[in-house]
Ligand binder design. Sequence first.
Ligand code: ZN
Length: 231
Amino acid sequence: MSALVLFSGGQDSTACLAWALSRFDAVQTIGFDYGQRHKVELECRPRILARFRADFPEWGKKLGQDHVLDLGVLNEVSETALTRETEITLQKNGLPNTFVPGRNLLFFTLAAALAYRQGLSHLVGGMCETDFSGYPDCRDATLKALEKAIYLGMDRKFVLETPLMRLDKAATWQLAEELGGAALVELIRLETHSCYRGERGHPHEWGYGCGTCPACDLRRKGYENYRKLAA
Ligand code: ZN
């Protein structure tokens, strides 16, 4: 039983990495460089992996190769606030302009191609349809259909695992606590990155970030709810 985790360096994918390490015998990670406005999230990745190895030796033994793929081509087909210096706003269709159309379809398909070559059986992603963003490529139905398409197109069965699909942000913190105790919560709080503006000046109770962009807002509320539930 082996897995490839879509690992961005954010809160959700780090929780997914812990989830995978608690279940599978061998785990590899994959990240995508698509010219994110701020490289901060990508820079967090190696630090988080090093902390997993140092602080959770049982998990560290299972943690294999890390892959980073260049997806700069995404810049050529989309114009979004994730990769351009424009203000983050809600569009007419209700999606924030940080939305990159079909991004998760590409991510999972490329992950499957790599997993095929590496002989890995499960693909793990932090997609979630509970929170506000409503990205159509995060929906469970979308990913179930993609799992089938990959099976038909590659003639090999990969299980697409999305352990956060039904969880809200507070429940994701709770999951981290269950998997790795206070040490993992603290690692996620201080080492992962969510802020769209790439702000990592000084830590808030919920971690680093500007505190006002949609990603920070979601992260702060989730952490506050988690603390309330724990109290
Ligand atoms: Zn922010």
